[in-house]
Design a protein around this ligand. Structure first.
Ligand SMILES: [Fe+2]
Ligand SMILES: [Fe+2]
Length: 243
């Protein structure tokens, strides 16, 4: 396995590791994102066992000990399994996550106290970059789920939303909704609930220019349109489940 690095928006880098054994013959990508700034941020620490690989990738962009913020979508191994390895390497690194995640998991599982982010709260990263945290409880899964929006570039770090199998381009302007729907049919990774459409449409109001998928390509284009189409599909699934 190798770490492939692509700048997907100004100062935002996708560090992609492809694992061919998941959902063979397609495989699945695990994507970690670095946002450069005076206070650099890593979104997704990667699995604990992937730490050496992700660290080597980050080292191509900045000295790993300079990392300041560790953020992720929700408490799961691929999202945050290596958070304590990162906090050991980087003395100023701190986990930042929503209130639910901190209370339920991170106050105990993180070696250092996490910074609690309220819904809508921002962190200034310096060099003109700023991230806004948005709560998305149970979407696509995890009570503690949330996303991060980098405002200067209009990049939504959308975690497991739009998950797709396979290993395509790092950055696409093509369809990401169809592959996400097909992958939902395979994995059933989303916890269907009546609030899905509303929550995902709220993200569409940001009108993101780039969507940074944890599992799949990054998308450049009409982010609002893609989010609304995904919301419509989930609404249909919820209606079907309720009969
Ligand atoms: Fe997940
Ligand atoms: Fe994930």
């Amino acid at each position: 396995m190798e770490t492939r690095i692509t700048e997907i928006a100004n100062g935002i880098y996708r560090l992609s590791i492809f694992v061919p054994d998941i959902a063979p013959p397609h495989g699945l990508t695990f994507n970690h994102f670095v946002i450069l700034g005076d206070e650099p941020l890593l979104f997704h620490t990667g699995l604990k066992r992937m730490f050496p690989l992700v660290r080597a990738g980050v080292a191509r962009l900045l000295a790993p000990e300079k990392l300041r913020w560790i953020a992720f979508g929700h408490f799961e191994a691929d999202e945050c399994g290596a958070m304590n390895e990162w906090q050991t390497v980087a003395p100023l690194a701190q986990v930042a996550h929503g209130r639910t995640g901190c209370l339920v998991s991170l106050n105990d599982m993180s070696d250092r106290n996490p910074r609690v982010l309220e819904d809508g709260e921002t962190i200034e990263l310096g060099q003109g970059r700023r991230v806004r945290y948005l709560d998305t409880p149970h979407i696509p899964h995890g009570w503690d789920a949330g996303v991060l929006y980098e405002e200067a570039s209009g990049t939504l770090l959308c975690g497991d939303l739009f998950t797709q199998i396979g290993d395509g381009a790092a950055l696409t302007e093509g369809d990401i909704v169809g592959p996400a729907i097909a992958t939902e049919d395979i994995f059933r990774f989303s916890s269907l609930n009546p609030g899905m459409g509303r929550t995902i449409r709220r993200l569409a109001e940001l009108a993101p220019k780039t969507l940074a998928l944890m599992h799949g390509p990054s998308f450049s284009g009409d982010g609002a349109g893609a989010l609304k189409a995904l919301a419509d599909d989930y609404d249909g699934r919820v209606r079907a489940a309720l009969g």
